[in-house]
Ligand binder design. Structure first.
Ligand code: NAD
Ligand code: ZN
Length: 348
């Protein structure tokens, strides 16, 4: 253990930039990474403002941050996929590789998974972290650290697009043009959708998402989604609907915009249980799929970014220095409609 400066959530509403003891010993199969860029995620902000997410409660000081990229500065015994100086990004969740879920390929839903900045596990808003090499991925030269720190939320989009079983040419709807919704839309397009209708109430978010070819923004403050979908699909409906707002309102009438035999993918997580008309699924034989983070998505996410097919740079709204990281969080709490992703630059 070594004392390192870190952004520590002491308890709900209280952040401090201070020294804290963190592990720095590099064991077999592990690498030590010097952090370069860390993104601010809605979940980090939620722990700050609410002190908990569902069953995960901040009972002790916890370092925040889990969307990260950096450079390998130490390589443990037996590591063959990485070397000193490699630019990398990391999967924040580490499962038990021998668990039943892991052996079935669903390591993201291994009950034993540990995940950065999910209590009681520390996150990476600190200069160095030790991590398993198997969950650390080399960035190609044409993918920047800032983009590397976007791989984590983009992997959620990749998982959603994978779960949707997209067929080339599909029409999708994404509800909610936050960072997750917009990245789900980009993954759906990369996965073969011909067009993605994206909805929100905040026009600036729709303007940012609407810059991408293939994304059709619809402001549900001005227009009824079902009318737009009927107009665009000749009353057939969308092949896939990705719910990415987490708003209970989004579920009202959701089956009206899905085509017969279509799919709804649950990405957004309402804070409270919601009322939903299950019977409306039946007459259209709608499939419901759900997503918990991701498994096996990092390499493909990085490959799409390196190919130039997916450009996440326009989603980075502002970058703060590590010294200003509390300011970055207070800015995130403001929830400006013009902000998509805020990032923190760890290196001076
Ligand atoms: P966000 O709050 O930044 O974005 C949500 C967007 O939805 C906002 O722009 C908001 O204006 C919009 N919105 C609100 N009500 C709406 C409605 N009725 N219709 C359409 N849009 C509406 O959040 P985010 O960081 O983009 O995350 C989105 C959701 O995904 C959250 O619920 C989050 O908890 C969840 N999430 C799930 C996973 C997972 O693994 N399943 C991973 C990450 C995030
Ligand atoms: Zn995140």
């Amino acid at each position: 253990m070594t004392k390192m400066r870190a952004l520590v959530l002491e308890k709900q509403h209280e952040l401090k930039l201070r020294d804290i003891e963190l592990p720095t010993e590099v064991g077999p199969g592990e690498v030590k990474i010097k952090l370069h860029t860390v993104g601010v995620c809605g979940s980090d902000v939620h722990y700050y403002t609410h002190g908990r997410i569902g069953p995960f409660v901040v009972n002790a000081p916890m370092v925040l941050g889990h969307e990260a990229a950096g450079t390998v500065v130490e390589v443990g015994a037996g590591v063959s996929n990485l070397k000193l100086g490699d630019r990398v990004c990391m999967e924040p969740g580490v499962p038990d590789p021998n668990s039943k879920a892991s052996r079935l390929g669903m390591y993201n839903i291994d009950p034993a998974v540990t995940f950065w900045a999910t209590p009681p596990i520390h996150g990476v808003l600190t200069p160095y972290v030790v991590h398993p090499a198997n969950y650390t991925f080399k960035l190609p030269d044409n993918v920047s650290f800032a983009e590397g720190a976007m791989v984590e939320p983009f992997a959620v989009g990749m998982q959603a697009a994978t779960k949707a079983k997209i067929t080339p040419g599909d029409t999708a709807i994404v509800m909610g043009a936050g960072p997750i919704g917009t990245m789900v839309a980009l993954a759906a397009l990369a996965g073969g959708c011909s067009r993605v209708i994206i909805t929100d109430l905040a026009q600036p978010k729709l303007d940012i998402a609407g810059q991408y070819q293939g994304i059709i923004p619809v402001n549900i403050k001005d227009k009824k989604l079902v009318d737009e979908v009927n107009r665009l699909t000749e009353n057939w409906g969308a092949d896939v609907v990705f719910e990415c707002s987490g708003s209970p309102r989004a579920w009202q009438g959701i089956t009206d915009v899905v085509r017969p035999g279509g799919t709804i993918v649950v990405v957004g997580l309402p804070v409270e249980p919601i009322d939903f008309d299950i019977a409306s699924l039946s007459v259209k034989e709608i499939t419901i799929a759900s997503v918990f983070r991701y498994a096996h998505q990092y390499e493909r996410a990085i490959a799409l970014m390196a190919s130039g097919r997916v450009d996440l740079k326009p989603l980075i709204s502002e970058t703060f220095s590590f010294e200003d990281s509390i300011k970055a969080f207070d800015r995130a709490v403001e929830a400006r409609p013009t902000d998509v992703k805020l990032q923190i630059l760890m290196e001076a």
